[in-house]
Design a protein around this ligand. Structure first.
Ligand code: WQD
Length: 333
């Protein structure tokens, strides 16, 4: 049984990963400052797994506390989710994003090194592929970012690459997520963003529950079959399981590796909307609105490396993702 530290473990993807880690028999400590999550989630995790994860309520930007924690923690590995992650917000307050995401990660890596813990799985994003690559996005393609949030992900990947190049005793895996959606089938944990959601599925969920009047479809004149943007939506539980596989892979890795976590195929905005209508059992109102700045027509993953190195592939289909999202939404109005 290993001791895994999950930074941001009270968040959407972090909490689902903690559930999978505990159900696999690992001991977990959640390191979180709850700036964008709710402490109640730890109790929900306990309801699902029977074990409430230990908590270290620490801000990764508090260098002294991070070092003190790792000096005592006897951590075997870290899964690093903690960070600010709203694309639009990052354009408004870039310095806050660079300071929080980069300083936090630097403190984490240096505290791990000081404590002799050199195994880390990092929550990266397909956003590092930028808007110039052909689909399917494949590891090794040129990377770029189109917003400060994306740049922080890319800069952290660079930190990990350079750390491993200087000292291959590090095992560092960057997981590039495509579009995580859905919720744990229990309906006890899921995605509950504060305020008006930026992302598609949490927004549709609020329309379905009656909190929002209709969905604004950001453009239907893209070069895609139905004119709306295509994305690679992946069930958050499949994503969480991918982290366990990445930890196992890190046990045998000397150095750095980036790996896509996606399903390998895309769904359009309208396909997602219609899947959600099936899941909630009623038509959902929408209007065609102007395009959103920064959106690209198609994004989906090449998934061979995840299959080959992590022995992992996504299992759930879009309807299951929408059903689990709706189940969580209904239970947590
Ligand atoms: C999906 C599609 C929108 C809302 C972002 C981040 C990415 C990652 C996942 C963190 C797009 C359309 C959306 C709405 C709409 N986050 N849409 N009406 O933009 O692919 O990715 O979230 O890692 O880094 O960039 O996801 O869900 O915002 O949008 O029509 O009200 O849905 O135009 O085509 P996106 P999204």
């Amino acid at each position: 049984m290993a001791h895994i530290i999950v930074t941001g473990g009270a968040g959407f993807i972090g909490s689902h990963t903690v559930v999978e880690l505990q159900q696999a028999g690992e001991t977990v400590t959640v390191l979180d400052n709850f700036c964008n999550s709710n402490p109640e989630v730890l109790g929900r995790i306990a309801e699902i797994t029977g074990t409430k994860p230990a908590l270290a309520e620490i801000d990764l930007c508090d260098r002294e506390k991070v070092f003190a924690f790792f000096a005592d923690a006897k951590a075997d590995a870290v899964i690093h989710f903690a960070g600010l992650k709203a694309v639009g917000e990052s354009c408004k307050i870039p310095l806050r994003y660079y300071s929080n995401n980069l300083t936090g990660t630097l403190n984490l890596l240096e505290a791990m090194a000081a404590a002799g813990c050199k195994k880390l799985v990092f929550s990266s994003s397909a956003t590092v592929y930028g808007d110039r690559n052909p689909v399917p996005f494949t590891e090794g393609m040129p990377t770029a970012a189109t917003n400060p949030y994306g740049w922080t992900k890319l800069m952290i990947e660079q930190m990990l690459m350079d750390t491993a190049a200087a000292d291959p005793s590090w095992s560092l895996v960057a997981l590039r997520y495509f579009n995580p959606i859905g919720a744990h089938p229990s309906g006890l944990i899921g995605e509950s963003p504060n305020g008006i959601p930026n992302n598609l599925v949490p927004y549709i969920a609020k329309v379905a529950i009656g909190e929002l009047d209709h969905l604004n479809v950001f453009g239907d004149d893209y070069d895609t079959p139905d004119g709306t943007c295509i994305r690679d939506y992946i069930h958050v539980v499949d994503l969480a399981k991918g982290h366990l596989c990445a930890l196992r892979y890190a046990d045998t890795l000397a150095g750095f590796k980036e790996v896509n976590l996606g399903t390998g195929h895309g769904s359009s905005v309208m396909e997602v909307l219609h899947a959600y209508e099936k899941a909630c059992g009623r038509e959902l109102p929408y209007v065609i609105a102007p395009r959103r700045d920064g959106d690209i027509p198609r994004m989906y993953a090449q998934t061979d490396r995840a299959k080959e190195l992590l022995h992992w592939e996504a299992e759930s289909d879009l309807l299951t993702m929408c059903r689990d999202s709706w189940n969580f939404t209904k239970k947590n109005v």
